[in-house]
Each structure stands twice: as C-alpha cells, then as structure tokens.
Design a protein around this ligand. Structure first.
Ligand code: FAD
Ligand code: MLT
Ligand code: ZN
Length: 458
C-alpha cells in the first residue's frame, strides 16, 4: 500500500491528494451519518488521463477505488468501507464546462461540475438543463449520472439518464472509453453510455458527459394546493396533465406532518394557509402568460372537490418561499432525528392503494410510528420514510413489509437514490435471478478484479 500511495501522489501532484484526517472526515461519512468508513488517501485527479493513471496503479496493486462526487448520496455509495484499504477518487477538480453548443442544444461538461453550475451555464446561453434537486448546490453531475438521479422535474423531462447524449468513462483497467457524441440519433452498436449511468461507480468512473439541453420553459407559475387525500393528488395529476399536458414541470406531494417538521426546524418557514390540510401538492406549471387557463383548470379541480384551497405565487419571491419549504424537507427530517428512508416507486395508478395499505401495515406493525411522506408523485416516486420511537426494534420488519408491498404493486425499492451499500441486500430479493445473473456477468466482464466500488450495488 505504501508504494501505491507514493505512486498516486506522483500521478496527481501536490495539490491532488490528502491524507489529513480533518480533510478526510466529511468524505468518510454518509450525509445523514448512517455509514462511516476509513481510507488511507483521497486523490483529486485534474484530468481524464490522471484518472486513468490512478485506476491503472490501483488495478496493478489490486486496491479498491471508491469514486466520489459531492457525497450527497443517500445510500452510502460514495463512502469507503471500514477496512481503511479503499482509495477515494474524487472528481472535484474536474469541474470545467468544456463546451456549450446552444445551436445543438447540448453541452460537454466534466464530471466534477456542480449540478448548479451546469444549470447556470445552460441558462447563460438561454437554454435549460432539466435536472434539479435539493442538493444541486453540492452534488456533482458525475454523481447525478452515476445514481441516475431524479428530483423534481422528472414528470416532464425524465431522470438523469434522459439528459445524456454521450459519456466519457475510465474502465477498471484504466482504458478511457470516449463516447462524447452530441447526437440525438445514433444506433451504431450498443448504447454503452447507459452502462455507466445508474451503476454507481461499479462499472467505470465517469469523467465527462455530453448533456441534452432544452429551450427555456415558458414563465412558470408556482402553486400550492391544499388537498384532503393522497387519492385526490393522483386524480388531480390526471386532470392537470389532461388540461395542461407537458407544461407541468413539477408535481410534488407533501404531508402536513412533513411541512410541520420544516416549520419546526427551518427558520422563516410557514405555510400560507389559514387552515391546515392533510396533504399539499406543490406544482410548477410553465403556463407563460396564459393565467386564465390555469385559473380555469384550478377552478375545475375545486369544483370536482379535489382541491380545498390554493395559493398561486404572485412573484418569484413568493415562489421561492414555497420551494424553499420543499427543498428543506431532507434537512428538517435530519434535524428531527433518525428515520428509515424508503425511496419507493409504484405505478401512479397504484399510489393511492400503496398509501392506504401502507398506513394499515404501519398501524399493525408499529402504531407509534411517525410517517414522513413526501415526494415526486408526478412520476410515481414517494419518500415513504418512517421515524420510530427510541428503542423500537420494529425497523427491519417495517422496512421489509413496505418493500414487499411495493413489490406486490409492481414497484421498486429504489426509485432515485440507488442501491449503494445500504440497500445492497434488497437487490437479489426484488430482482429476478436472471436479472441478477446478467448484472453479475456485466460486473465481472468490466471489472474482473472487483476494484471499482466493491461492496456497492451487487
Ligand atoms: P456521491 O454521493 O458522491 O456518489 C453517489 C454514487 O455515485 C456513489 O456510488 C459514487 O461512488 C458514485 N459516483 C460519484 N461520482 C462518480 C463518477 N464521476 N463516476 C462514477 N461513479 C461516481 N437524489 C435524487 O435522485 N433526487 C432528489 O430529489 C434528491 N434530493 C436530495 C436532497 C438532499 C438534501 C440530499 C442531501 C440528497 C438528495 N438526493 C437526491 C441524493 C443525491 O443528491 C443524489 O443521489 C446525487 O445524484 C448524488 O450526487 P453526488 O455528486 O453527491 O454523488
Ligand atoms: C428529496 O426529494 O428531497 C430527496 O430525495 C431527499 C430525501 O429523500 O430525503
Ligand atoms: Zn427525492
């Protein structure tokens, strides 16, 4: 190991590594502190060639690598294990926007770019990069692609996977695979970029990507709706999509309990309603100046008994206040204490049944539980999190019962956060044997020495 460390330091130069325990601390812990690891070194290569040289050196020494972006992941995928023998490869120094091609609606970026900076670079040329999530000020585009992140705009634009035209990646033997094409049509052979998207650093290290841009959406109206039931949210989604089609940019469902947590833990937050409701929908509609249409559609929703009360933000400051409440949920949940996160997806048509049966299940298994339910219901993804009272031992049983229910309804135990280390044992339970065999075949073919993020995903 000593010899490898010297080799790595020489590859990345004096600014490209740290072994200082204080510098390393935040890199060794998952965002909520649910996993802690150890490492002899974190290296920060400054180019694709340096990443390739680092991987070659580690492959020769048969030492494992943990690729790391912003370390905002929710499944401990970017955190090394406790052995103290895994090397962290951070992409943080590879943060250049290489090119923006406004005419082609595309841009080429290095993997270490913060998501927020990617959005800004697109907006600077009057284009729109569609991926958006609460961690966008600290997560990196390489991490977003590696986890196939979702966030708030999936209902209109799809997940991270749908935002990619090309990928550059380094394989486990140090080979650079360069597929940075910026084409919307390309059927020449296998679509190799998809191997690296959503595989959480287990099949290659993403070093750059060509991203798809969209025209800037029409002026957005932000609306907060107070509603009686989660079923009403699903019916409302149908009604709104029929009437407004692709102009729905975000459709988030949030329980009253969750907004209560935000109000308790995050300064200067308050719901704009006089009377509270069991649930709320936060909606972004790219309606332009067609406010009459929006008013008419909301009026219909009220007449049909789907909406109890509504607030339409009058300006961007009011919209910002509403979205601040939504984007603070994860922080408020963390401040509230320990909770079990269930990042589930079900077909939207089964969301109401999931919530009804989930409630019954929780009442039977752990009546003193607190349900922390919110999420991207516009695309069928709910964060069905639970806080158990201190000392409760029901956690594992509750999680498995929830996942079994999700599975029965044709859903997924991981909608957008990935598998990482913390959900690894769920994969063989909820994916077929043939799918697992194929995943293993791919992993073995691409990483025969098992040096890329071992202990994660599969
Ligand atoms: P990291 O956490 O550093 O890494 C994640 C995984 O990708 C790890 O397995 C790591 O090894 C691998 N990896 C990282 N970079 C690379 C690379 N260049 N090449 C290969 N592998 C790599 N997620 C959502 O999907 N939707 C949300 O709405 C959302 N909201 C969030 C809100 C908050 C407040 C927080 C803290 C997190 C949220 N997340 C959300 C989770 C997280 O932000 C995403 O998973 C994000 O995509 C991770 O990016 P990162 O750069 O932090 O990656
Ligand atoms: C969100 O939607 O806010 C995130 O995915 C974070 C979380 O689940 O806590
Ligand atoms: Zn989410």
């Amino acid at each position: 190991m000593k010899q490898l460390l010297e080799q790595l330091k020489a590859i990345v130069g004096p600014k490209g590594w740290t072994t200082d325990p204080t510098d390393l601390e935040a890199r060794l812990t998952e965002w909520r502190g649910v996993a802690n690891g150890a490492t002899p070194i974190a290296v920060f290569p400054a180019s694709t060639d340096e990443v390739a040289a680092v991987v070659c050196a580690c492959a020769d020494a048969e030492v494992a690598i943990v690729p790391q972006g912003g370390n905002t992941g929710m499944c401990a995928g970017a955190v090394p294990d406790a052995s103290g023998e895994q090397v962290i490869v951070s992409l943080a120094r590879m943060n250049r926007i290489r090119d923006v091609d406004a005419a082609n609606f595309s841009m080429e970026v290095e993997a270490g770019c913060l998501l927020e900076n990617v959005q800004t670079a697109a907006s600077n040329v009057d284009r729109f990069f569609a991926l958006s999530l609460s961690a966008e000020g600290s997560c990196q585009i390489g991490g977003n692609l590696s986890t196939n992140a979702g966030g708030i705009n999936v209902v209109r634009y799809g997940t991270a996977r749908a935002q990619v035209l090309g990928i550059e990646a380094v394989l486990a033997d140090g080979t650079i695979v360069s597929g940075l094409r910026s084409l919307r049509k390309d059927t020449a052979g296998y679509d190799l970029k998809q191997l690296f998207i959503g595989s959480e650093g287990t099949l290659g290290i993403i070093t750059a990507a060509t991203l798809k841009l969209f025209p800037r959406p029409a002026a957005i109206s932000t609306v907060l709706l107070a509603i009686d039931s989660s079923g009403d949210a699903v019916r409302l989604l149908g009604l709104l999509r029929n009437a407004l089609a692709d102009s729905i940019e975000a459709f988030e469902l949030i329980s009253d309990f969750v907004f209560g947590l935000v109000e308790s833990h995050i300064p200067d937050t308050r719901l704009p309603f006089e009377q509270r409701a069991p649930w709320y929908v936060l909606l972004d509609v790219a309606i332009g100046d067609n406010n009459e249409l929006l008013q008419a559609v909301l009026g219909n929703a009220v007449n049909e008994g789907l909406v109890r009360d509504a607030v339409v933000a009058k300006n961007s400051m009011e919209a910002g206040r509403l979205w601040r409440m939504r984007h603070s949920i994860a922080e408020a949940e963390k401040a509230h204490g320990k909770s079990l996160k269930h990042d589930i997806a079900v077909p939207i048509s089964r969301m109401e049944e999931f919530l009804r049966r989930g409630d019954e299940l929780l009442k039977n298994l752990a009546p003193d539980i607190q349900l922390i339910a919110f999420g991207h219901v516009g695309d069928g993804n709910l964060h069905y999190n639970v806080a158990l009272p201190a000392g409760s031992e029901a956690g594992v049983q509750v999680s498995h019962a929830i996942y079994d229910l999700v599975n029965e309804l044709g859903g997924s135990f991981s909608a957008e956060h990935g598998v990482g280390a913390t959900k690894r044992e769920l994969l063989p339970k909820y994916r077929s044997e043939s799918e697992i065999r194929l995943m293993r075949t791919l992993k073995t073919a691409l990483d025969p020495k098992n040096i890329l993020n071992p202990g994660k995903v599969i």
